[in-house]
Ligand binder design. Structure first.
Ligand code: SAM
Length: 282
């Protein structure tokens, strides 16, 4: 007689499950649990997800899904979520982040189906943390357009954004993108985070031109996150604000210090308050 207690069923709904971006050790305990206990897994590529499921010892039906699926297929999947727990995964990282799932989540929410997120690896965030670029504000812009003119226009459209910019990039296009960044966003600090969590992980920071020269001579392999620091004046003012906050915190509460520095610099009081709390913790 089998004395094992069967695992408890998950309640029906949509489970958005992040998976590793290279190192399988980055699967979360909750993601592994849900993938073992759900009723079905909607995924981009059944072979890719099949390998992860095999690694986890999870054996569930794999249903191919992307946002180009027909309305009928999506409706069928949504219908299934009314009685079953359906996990949504992408090939790697967080579903919906430059990956399928948006339409499915939107429709599930509209239909009142329970939707829950299991956060985990995301290359954009991992790249940001590795880069050492200012991270109090960042803008994730997905992949840059492939064509030169459209790429230049996309970058020009982001020139005034007062934040670190994050792009996904491929090896063959990296040098062209770096050259365009050098031209359209001169003077910025740039980082290339490659093969994050994998054997050949690297993160290289320099000017766009220096990086373009480096990667022309050493064509990059693998997956890449490309990051561009905020406009130069902002980096200076962020540093200045830190110095002013540290000074003010000697005698004032964080809220008062933030208000004082906001008045002196014109920077956002709420952001300064968050920074003041952060500085005080340290
Ligand atoms: N949803 C995923 C996430 O949360 O990161 C991203 C999917 S997007 C289709 C794939 C792109 O993410 C790659 O082309 C690359 O730019 C970036 N990427 C994924 N894994 C990476 C890694 N280990 N190192 C660097 N970049 C990575």
């Amino acid at each position: 007689m089998n004395s094992e207690i069967p695992p408890q069923r998950l309640s029906p709904g949509l489970y958005i499950v992040a998976t590793p971006i290279g190192n399988l050790g980055d699967i979360t305990m909750r993601a592994a649990d849900v993938l073992r206990r759900c009723d079905a897994v909607a995924c981009e590529d059944t072979r890719v997800t099949g390998k992860l499921m095999h690694h986890l010892g999870a054996h569930k039906p794999l249903l191919r899904y992307d946002d180009h699926a027909s309305e009928r297929d999506r409706e069928r999947l949504l219908e299934r979520m009314r009685g079953d727990a359906v996990a949504l995964v992408s090939d790697a990282g967080t579903p919906l982040v430059s990956d399928p799932g948006y339409r499915l989540v939107r429709d599930a929410r509209e239909l009142g189906i329970a939707v829950t997120a299991l956060p985990g690896a995301c290359a954009a965030v991992a790249g940001l943390t590795l880069s050492g670029l200012p991270n109090d504000r960042f803008l994730f812009a997905g992949f840059l357009p492939v064509k030169d003119k459209a790429r230049g226009e996309a970058l020009a459209g982001l020139a005034s954004v007062d934040a670190t910019l994050i792009f996904y990039e491929s090896g063959p296009r990296l040098v062209k993108s770096l050259a365009a960044i050098g031209e359209v966003l001169p003077g910025r600090q740039v980082s290339v985070a490659r093969e994050i969590t994998k054997l050949h992980e690297e993160c290289r920071s320099a000017s766009a031109q220096e990086l373009a020269d480096h990667y022309s001579a050493n064509p990059p392999k693998g997956e890449i996150v490309l990051l561009v620091g905020p406009p130069v004046e902002r980096q200076a003012s962020a540093d200045d604000a830190d110095a002013l906050l540290v000074d003010a915190l000697q005698t004032l509460k964080p809220s008062q210090a933030a208000a004082q520095v906001a008045k002196a610099t014109g920077l956002d009081r709420k952001a300064l308050y968050a920074r003041a709390m952060d500085l005080r913790e340290r």
